[in-house]
Ligand binder design. Structure first.
Ligand SMILES: NC(=O)c1ccc[n+]([C@@H]2O[C@H](COP(=O)([O-])OP(=O)(O)OC[C@H]3O[C@@H](n4cnc5c(N)ncnc54)[C@H](O)[C@@H]3O)[C@@H](O)[C@H]2O)c1
Length: 451
């Protein structure tokens, strides 16, 4: 099945007074096929109807940072489910053409299941800039349109906020841009969203908010980091009190995520119209199975899998394994690696649960992980198996601030969002190798990419 040639609208607003509209072509590669989405764990339940945000073709989900690694996969999953999407991204860590691929894959899937193809709009903009007001204004319902979509005052029915700087070590050496982009930017953006009546907000948080609590050797529960007093029953059936606060954060990046969550909790509490969900990602890996979409950052990658791929493609000579003396079966650190497509679908589950009133708190945090840990060595072996190549490694010391064990407790997300992961570590490795080896992928260009 091929989508043929599709046209997607692009709007670039660099300045409120200077708006240009252009179009770009999505050339369909006939040889590429998109496997259909497996039966939906989110929407097959007859009691749960899909979120009513695209019923009349006039409403959108805004994805800020939607050209990035997780944002692009989430945009694709949203479109596959029929949602129109508005992406805002300044391309500081992504390439423009990733959205061509998203549009192509979404169109192919929708045509294969006999459904219409939703709209993808792109605004190349810094979400901190004054131009955001003009962008939101484009989607505001005005005059006679008001009242045509229930109580809504904007065509944007929900925002998923991915845009952030995320390099932990860089944040230690250069913290101010991290606080500016991740914290100040979000506060100003929230004020704007409130003004435009857009109050369903999903935030990309991180397991890093658990700080030194991660090292306790058993899965982390959301109650290990709360922003209000909470009573809960622990895994042994004992009732406990969770105190607001934070323990052992080790980087400015981690602090930005915790600060944003704390701010969001305050904002949600102040006005009942808000529904705010913080999704605490564990270790996102993998990519779309087509080999067309993957992790292709503009900046130097620091996460494990893109670094492994750089070794496989010859851009790096060797993979450094930081710490081989942890109290784990093979001495390397244990992490909860979650396939990015599972993660992407967690965002749809969060939006849906919020829209249905199934999130019974103005602010609610959820772990998005598998609940199962893998050591760094297991990941390397899994990618070696998928690629049929040997990955040269160097054992080096632990990095400051690293923890030996970080695995998600997944009960809350399963129970309240009706979401759980379905993909395995081997799926992750097969898909990233597929992306790396694909003649259509960008990864072959890693070494020659410039800013
Ligand atoms: N990848 C991970 O391991 C991981 C883990 C936990 C949490 N997170 C969080 O998830 C989110 C997405 O991560 P990712 O891995 O996809 O990162 P990414 O860098 O691939 O994506 C972020 C996107 O936001 C854009 N962006 C950054 N600042 C912007 C701005 N001011 N205005 C507009 N666009 C801007 C970038 O160009 C990029 O496309 C981030 O908030 C990150 O902190 C990521």
């Amino acid at each position: 099945m091929t989508a043929g040639l599709r046209v997607c609208q692009v709007t670039r607003l660099h300045d409120p007074d200077e708006e240009t509209n252009s179009t770009f072509n999505v050339a369909a590669a006939d040889s590429v096929s998109t496997p259909g989405t497996d039966s939906s764990i989110l929407f097959d339940d007859a009691t749960v109807e899909p979120l009513d945000i695209s019923s009349n073709g006039e409403s959108y989900i805004m994805v800020v940072g939607g050209a990035g690694y997780i944002g692009s996969h989430t945009t694709l999953e949203l479109m596959k489910e029929g949602f129109n999407v508005v992406v805002v991204d300044d391309l500081s860590n992504a390439y423009r053409d990733v959205l061509d691929r998203v549009e192509f894959l979404a169109a192919e899937h929708r045509i294969a299941i006999g459904e219409t193809v939703p709209t993808l709009k792109f605004h190349e903009a810094d979400y901190k800039s004054p131009v955001m007001r003009s962008i939101l204004d484009l989607y505001a319902l005005k005059g006679a349109e008001l009242g045509t979509q229930g109580a809504a005052v904007s065509r944007i029915r929900g925002v998923i906020h991915f845009a952030a700087f995320k390099a932990v070590e860089d944040s230690i050496n250069n913290p101010i841009p991290y606080y500016q982009n991740n914290v100040c930017g979000m506060v100003n953006f929230l004020a704007l969203l409130q003004e435009f009546g857009i109050m369903n907000f999903v935030f990309s948080s991180s397991a890093t908010v658990y700080g030194s609590r991660a090292n306790q050797g058993h899965p982390l529960r959301e109650e290990h980091c709360v922003h209000e007093h909470e009573t809960f029953v622990d895994d042994d059936g004992v009732e406990k009190q969770a105190e607001p606060g934070v323990f052992g954060l080790t980087s400015p990046y981690g602090r930005t995520k915790w600060m944003c969550e704390a701010i969001l909790a305050d904002v949600a509490k102040s006005d009942p119209r808000w529904t705010i969900t913080a999704l605490r990602y564990f270790n996102p890996v993998g990519c779309h199975e087509s080999g067309l979409l993957g992790e292709d950052p503009r900046q130097k990658p620091t996460n494990l899998v893109p670094v492994v791929l750089r070794v496989l493609t010859g851009a790096n000579p060797v993979l450094n394994i930081f710490g081989t003396d942890w109290d784990t079966p093979d001495g390397t650190a244990i992490r909860d690696f979650i396939h990015v497509v599972d993660l992407a679908r967690g965002h749809i589950a969060a939006l849906d649960a919020a829209a249905k009133g199934r999130v019974r708190h103005a602010f609610r945090a959820y772990n998005l992980g598998t609940g199962t840990g893998h050591t760094v060595r297991e990941v390397v072996e899994s990618i070696e198996k998928a690629s049929q190549r040997t990955i040269p490694v160097a054992e080096v010391g632990r990095r400051p601030g690293d923890v030996g064990f970080c695995v998600a407790g997944v009960n809350r997300a399963e129970k309240e969002l009706g979401w759980k992961t379905v993909k395995t570590m081997q799926d992750c490795s097969t898909d990233v190798w597929n992306f790396t080896a694909s003649p259509s992928s960008l990864s072959k260009n890693f070494p020659s990419r410039t800013r």
